[in-house]
Design a binder for this molecule. Structure first.
Ligand code: MF3
Ligand code: CO
Length: 244
């Protein structure tokens, strides 16, 4: 899990340097696909998953998650996008995503990304054996709501290991159904999707692309996290990234 987590983070570090105004999301997919298969020599967990057609997900502006890379979606000044990388190596899975801001973005776009990252970091920082799972959702919710943003409720974090998605499911809002106690060696993702406007979503005709119903911006960050004896280890931590 540590190995596949590290490789997952490397894809995001690599692609950061390639992203700019004028590139299509299909080109970004193709660069990542080549890097995953030919350089890292591992497999995308997305390609072919429930018939998903591409190797990564790219979700631009009002797209919440599962955006399908497309040659007609060209990055432009002011766009915000999430790139979601899921890998499989020797039967184990890693999963991580982050936002990228293109050129000069609006104040609200920058704030949404900053607060979404903060909600992920603050929810990671409280992790240790013995706490209730519920604390994660509470932490994210407090930060999002204080900033007048909403939280997507239809998608959640997940246990991950020898399968891509497994128990426990990690809600990004407070819920009484999250009473389990975290234990050492559990591994799961946290991946809050936070909207500028209302929380409601719609799905495109492609049956994958999820958008905000009110067309407001949406942001997401994701890490795969291991619970250690006294705290946590972020298995998908990127080079130069600090949980602050
Ligand atoms: N990476 C997503 C997650 O965080 C799942 C994407 S499934 C795909 O769980 F098929 F859309 F790629
Ligand atoms: Co995930």
């Amino acid at each position: 899990m540590k190995e596949v987590g590290k490789l997952t983070s490397k894809v995001l570090t690599m692609i950061k340097k390639k992203i700019d105004i004028g590139i299509s999301t299909e080109e970004i997919n193709n660069i990542c696909h080549d890097y995953i298969y030919n350089k890292l020599k591992v497999t995308s967990a997305c390609l072919g998953y429930k018939k998903y057609p591409k190797s990564i997900c790219i979700s631009v502006n009002d797209v919440v998650c599962h955006g399908i890379p497309n040659k007609n979606i060209i990055l432009k000044n002011g766009d915000i996008l999430n790139i979601d990388i899921s890998l499989k190596k020797d039967g184990y899975f890693g999963d991580s995503s982050q936002m990228f801001l293109i050129g000069k973005c609006s104040k609200i776009a920058k704030k949404l990304c900053k607060i979404t990252l903060k909600s992920l970091y603050e929810s990671i920082k409280i992790i240790k054996p013995g706490i209730k799972l519920r604390k994660i959702g509470q932490t994210i919710q407090n930060i999002a709501y204080k900033n007048n943003f909403s939280i997507v409720k239809e998608y959640c974090g997940h246990g991950i290991g020898k399968s891509f998605h497994e128990e426990p499911y990690i809600l990004h809002y407070d819920s009484p159904n999250q009473e389990i106690i975290l234990k050492e060696n559990m591994i799961f993702t946290i991946e809050p999707m936070i909207n500028e406007g209302k929380r409601h979503i719609i799905c495109d005709k492609d049956l994958w692309t999820i958008r905000t119903r009110d067309k407001s911006l949406s942001a997401q960050y994701e890490h795969t996290i291991l619970i250690t004896k006294n705290g946590y280890e972020v298995l998908t931590l990127r080079k130069n990234e600090k949980i602050v």
